[in-house]
Design a binder for this molecule. Sequence first.
Ligand code: MN3
Length: 380
Amino acid sequence: MKKIVILGSTGSIGQNALSVIREEREKFQVKGLSARSNIDLLEKQIEEFHPETVVITDKEAGERFLSRSLAKKIKVILGKEGLLELVRKPEVDLVIIALVGIVGLLPTLEAICAKKTIALATKEVMVSAGAIVTENARKNNVEILPVDSEHNSIFQALRGHCSSEIKRIILTASGGPLAKIKGDLSDITPSIALKHPVWKMGKKISIDSATLMNKGLEVIEAHHLFGVEPAFIEVVIHREAIIHSLVEFKDGFISAILAFPDMRLPLHYILHYPGRVESSLPKLDFSKIERLNFKKPDFDRFPCLKYAYDALYKEGTMPAVLNRANEVAVDAFLKKKIKFGKIPEIIKRTMDLHQVVKDPTLEDILVADRWAKEKAQRFM
Ligand code: MN3
């Protein structure tokens, strides 16, 4: 039995992971779960999967949970620090990191130190501190399994190959909810920006998809995960989201991984890794696929994608600054404090003010992250 901890079990990825586990209860044991504040869903998950420990990071929601009778039957830890304790749990084989944002960084590093296999869905971790995370994973001989559908497919395509054989990586992008909207995007409302045509996801990543920042973050993530230089990572709009990404090898052959666009598929792959077993998940039907379309992304309409490349070329602490400025701007947009068009503007202005620290330590990254939060908030 694989013993599993899920950080962020009440989010979209966490729920999908549990729905895969639900189908094969005899193969997996859920040892721990964490939630931010959705204690009603967490309670249902506890009753179904019987974890030994749960963490609730929002202390107020945690206090409310402690007054429920279920809380007396299991170990409950309140606050973000609890995530560090949860990932260290002995006997745990696989830690699924499915938190939103930079908050995932320290628990990921802690899980690597504890030599747990990592299933990483929180791309902000790789974006902010990719060099540190991959270096720690190498030192501790820990494998990082990417959950993000693009990186998961590249990971699959690269099995049996090494990074020196790669010519380029082509990340496919569905184009997000705004791809078909003509004219000015600056006044787009949250309800329109949240309507993703292909994927049902959490709010933050849905807005990132609307700005194409999501793809930008994925470019940075791919650079760290697969050791490919930014000039050899391309983005192509592929609205059908059937090809999950492409790897071109030096001899000119291209590997593409195709699957029905459903996040349970990469999670199923990771839960069974390194093997492959039958799944009851939706499959592609080629008699229903008339064509696959591809086109170049529009960097002028979606400047966030360009800023992500800029940050990656500048290296050091700049990607962490890009990431945090984006987190602040997206949060403000969702709370209707700023217009859609302000998101790239806040990111650009914050990046322009930043003095890059080359080869940053973890402390340098955390300092840059806090600095970016403060600066970005000032641009509201
Ligand atoms: Mn993705």
